[in-house]
Every structure is written in structure tokens, then in C-alpha cells.
Design a protein around this ligand. Sequence first.
Ligand code: GDP
Length: 460
Amino acid sequence: MNYLTDTIAAIASGLTPAGIGVIRISGPEAFRTADRVMRFSGRRSACDADDHTILHGIACDGDGEEIDEALVLIMRAPRSYTGEDVAELQCHGGPFVMKRILDRVLACGARLAEPGEFTKRAFLSGKMDLSQAEGVMELIEAENESARRAALSSLRGDLGSRVSDIRGRLLYETAYLEAALDDPEHISLEGFGERLSGVVSAAEGELSELIRLSEEGRVLTEGIRTVILGRPNAGKSTLLNLFSGRERAIVTSIPGTTRDTLEERIRLGELLLVLTDTAGLREGADEVEGIGIKRAIEAANEADLIIYVVDGTREPCGEDAERLMSFKDRPVILLLNKSDEALAAPADDFAEKLGAEPIIFSAKSGQGKAELEERIKRLFYSGKLAGDKGYIIANARQREALLSCRSSLKKILEAIENGIPEDLWSVDLTDAYTTLGRITGESVNDELINEIFSKFCMGK
Ligand code: GDP
């Protein structure tokens, strides 16, 4: 198969019944194929039609039988989604009708497009960079308003253009350095270390900002990583079950039953929480439990939000107060659980001893749940968990590239500072810009491109 010069087609609008169905044809034979499939009104033809016009006609089978009435949108290269000639056929959106027309289009010379192939062509023809192409997929998959906005920002090229700008500067310095190393008589490296150091630290600062913004973007699309902490028997598993609405965690009255971490994804309005239930924090625990506790603390340190549960039927304890102190710089919400029973002390006493204002809560009855949700939303929208603006979206691959580039830049700065010879700088410089090229698509191989686009849906 000739991946760049053949003509491809697919149903672009999905296979559920709808008012309109779209069949997209892209490639050098797009208009000729449309002319074979369609009997256009007024004897017009797709091949002769002006760019960005719409033709009306009947899609017919090989023997002339009419299949459906349709409109055909003419988009000539390069002013189309793929950058190639594109004919987009709009018919009635019944799966059967669309399938019949698609069969006819395929019989007239087009090949069935692979998943993501239209977008892949757009990337290969330079219509968009790789991060924008991935933005297309994120936009299609966006499940809420924030994810939609963030995906649109990738699609517009916010990440790509910033990365490409940094990459360009690094590339310039690398080229200069290599030229000077090749031709020391004519190109001087006098003062180059200082200049490079300035360029690299600026780039490092910008990358750190991108990494920070992408963290906020991650919270929006992947969810707020929330860890439930508290001593054994405080009611952590019961809380998780309350949120998830089913018996996910094992609840018993024997302390220490949750030995490892459990994860649950929960939607709160437009926010998504990835909730982790952890082993209870208890000193003197046995070995297996000890590992669980270590994981719990690790999870809490990486979490976006900590929900700390205390048993309100027991006196406020020093261990909880200490633990809460150790998280004082982190977003923590304190729950005074089991308040359906008599509290061991007034809520104010708990607040004073534990150094945080608790929500009067009952994981059993659901009391306080609305207030908890409200607090999480307030933390989120006040930017304490992640700001609601300015974020960019970066998927795991892109984030890894940002981090790896930043560490190459740090190495360069160290090398300059420690007086390491210039020819060794270029290794890390090359690493740095090559890594950034993995985001924009300059330094990705066919295999990775195929893998990325194969995740797309059909017809996109
Ligand atoms: P964990 O060890 O922190 O996960 O605690 P569990 O969720 O396993 O709960 C320990 C015990 O406390 C169980 O017997 C629960 O039924 C009970 N429990 C949990 N939450 C509440 C609550 O809000 N009210 C009451 N009365 N009991 C609760």
C-alpha cells in the first residue's frame, strides 16, 4: 500500500443513527472518486468544482440504483484537514445508508482509512505538529468542560509552539557550537559558555513552567489524585464505599484490614477524583501492614489532595495531630467521622487539638458528604489543587519528554559551571533538542507515529 499517495475513505461521523452522516474521502483521487459515486445536480462535477464549495446530488450504486441524496463539500489541497484533496460526503446519518455509500466509495477506488489516518496525513503533510494531532484525539475523548478546553489548547498548538520555540533556540546554539568545534580558526567560542548558560537557564525556566502547567492539566483530565488517610478503623474504607456507591473495600471492625492501596475513580460534577484508600496509619504494625503504611505515606506525598479521617467517637489523639502537622503545607481536608454516634469530645476540641477545622462527617450515613464535595471544589477552583486557567495538557509521553529535556539542560549548566570541555556540552544539547522533538514530531520514528495514530478512532 502506498501510504501517502493513495486515496482513503471512512465514515467520519460515527455509527449511531443521526440526522447527518459524513463520509470523508482524502487523497489525489478524492474528487474523481466522488464523481464516480455521485450523480450531481446540474451535471456538475467534483473535479471541476471550485475550492470550498458544496455540490448537491444523488449517491448511486454501480448499477445506477439510487442510495441516498447527499451534499459533497469540496476542499482542495492544501486547504483541507489532511492537507490533501478532500471530498466530504454528507448523507442521511443511518448506519446502513452510510455503510452502503462507503462500500460504493471503496469500489470506486478509495481504500478504507486506518484509525487516525486522516490526522496522520495532516501531521505528515505539515498541517499540524504531533502535539496538535494528539490534541485532536483528546478533544474527541474529552468527557468534561475542563478537559475539552485543555484539549482545544493542545489542538491550537499551545504546547507544540512553546516547545518548538525552545527547541529552535537550543538547535541554534548546538549548530553554532558544532560549527565552532569543526572550524576553530574562523568561529570563536570566546564567551560562548556564558551565552549558552543564559540560553539554557532561560529554557530550563520555561520548561519548568510548562511542567507545572501540565501538572495542572493532568489534574483536569486524569483526575485529582486523592488519598484517604487515617488510623485503622477510622472509617476510610467505609468512606471509599460511600463515594463509589458499592462495596469496593473490605470493611471490618478489626483494625488493619486494608493492607494495601485500592483505587477508585469518582466524578464530582465536572471534577474527577482518583481516590486511594490506604492502609491505616498505626505505629507498631506488623510487617505486611508496615509496607502498606509506607505506601500510604508515599501516596499522600504525591497526592493532589489528602482526606484525613479521624474516629470522632475516640478522644483526639497526638498521633493524628502529628501526622496532620507533617502535611500542613499540603491540601488536606479533615473529616470527623462516625458523628452519627456520640462524639468523644466537642468538635471544637478536635479542631484545636488537631490544628484543622474538621467537617462533621459520617461515612455510614453520608452526613457531611455535600460539604466535603463543596470543600474539594472550592480548593480546586481557588487554584489550591490546580488553577482553572493557564494550564496546558500533556500526556504521559509528552511529560516524560519535558522532564528528560529539563534534566539534560541541568547537566549542561553543571558542565559549563564545572569547566568541562565544550565538545562534551554538545552531547546533552543534542539530547535536549531531540527529546523536545518527540513532542512536536521532528524526532519520532515511524513505529511511534503508527502507535500514536493507531489509538485514534476510525474516521478521524
Ligand atoms: P478503616 O480501617 O479506616 O478503613 O475503617 P473501616 O471503614 O473498615 O471502618 C471501621 C469500622 O468503623 C467498621 O465497623 C465500620 O462499620 C465503622 N464505621 C465506619 N464509618 C462509620 C460511621 O460513619 N459511623 C459509624 N457509626 N461507624 C462507622
